[in-house]
Write a protein that binds this ligand. Structure first.
Ligand code: NAP
Length: 251
């Protein structure tokens, strides 16, 4: 198994893309801790379904990723328990769409704090342990919306663009310590987050995608596993679009 013995932390692992990432790492032998926010039932489902399949090194942790103190406490606890940390996947995210002209401050700051501040908190918290062990893999979840935002996504596009800048800068700082930092930019993926858009316009969306299908959470999980693997050790500071070709001609 490719990730046997590796200690992996995944945010937003209870549903959608994050769940697929947790499952993929667990099946490859990793010890996985994942974060959820409020949906405890979904988090327990992930743990118990993996246990039923014989993968029992997975644990769920309630934590609001936008809360610096909660993030620091969780990472400190895991690093102590694991005596280090090998892989961090910053995946948790939300949308709160609305046209800029009428967007309220709360919709702006909630999305920025959940999607972007959180990535800063987690990245900062793992930096010292990863530097001192001279090994680490950080994968941040951006979005095609960073470069090709839809109307009504100023907050979301700003948060995902910010993640890309943070990713590149962190990569320049940590490369010499054996730590790589990359981002994945998914297109349209079948999760709760895109349910309303899919219900309204799935046919139209598929026509814009060269691969002629929506992405599955597993498509993203496999890209994350590649960027977390030893084989990708010479790739850092990159943003990998996983979108079925959606952005080749712009959207
Ligand atoms: P999702 O199905 O809505 O799941 C979101 C996950 O994030 C859940 O596990 C949720 O926990 C967690 N979360 C949300 N707010 C949190 C908070 N404050 N603290 C801790 N955990 C929190 O989303 P998804 O579609 O899988 O998206 C995952 C990531 O991919 C996001 O960053 C998203 O922006 C990005 N992305 C998605 C798409 C797409 O098409 N789906 C496209 C591009 C990028 P609970 O279960 O407790 O709520």
């Amino acid at each position: 198994m490719k990730f046997e013995g590796k200690k992996v932390l995944v945010t937003g692992g209870s549903r959608g893309i994050g769940r697929a990432i947790v499952e993929a790492f667990a099946r490859e032998g990793a010890e996985v801790a994942f974060v959820y926010h409020s949906n405890e039932q979904a988090a327990q489902d992930v743990v118990s379904s993996l246990q039923d399949q014989g993968f029992d090194k997975v644990s769920a942790h309630q934590c609001d990723v936008s809360c610096q103190q909660q993030v620091d406490e969780l990472v400190e606890k895991l690093v102590e328990q694991w005596e280090g940390i090998d892989i961090l996947v910053n995946n948790a995210g939300i949308v709160k769409d609305g046209l800029l002209a009428t967007m309220d401050g709360d919709s702006w700051s909630k999305v920025i704090s959940t999607n972007l501040d959180s990535v800063f908190y987690f990245c900062r918290a793992v930096t010292r342990p990863m530097m001192s062990q001279r090994y680490g893999r950080v994968i941040n979840m951006s979005s095609v919306a960073a470069e090709f935002p839809n109307q009504g996504q100023a907050n979301y596009a700003a948060s995902k663009g910010g993640i890309q800048g943070l990713t590149r800068c962190m990569a320049t700082e940590l490369g010499r310590r054996g730590v790589t930092v990359n981002a994945v930019a998914p297109g349209f993926i079948e999760t709760d987050m895109t349910e309303a858009v899919r219900n309204a316009a799935e046919k139209e969306i598929k026509k814009q995608i060269p691969c002629r299908r929506l992405g599955k959470p597993e498509d993203i999980a496999q890209a994350v596993l590649f960027l977390a693997s030893d084989e990708s050790g010479y790739i850092t500071g990159q943003i990998l679009a996983v979108d079925g070709g959606l952005t080749l001609g712009g959207i």
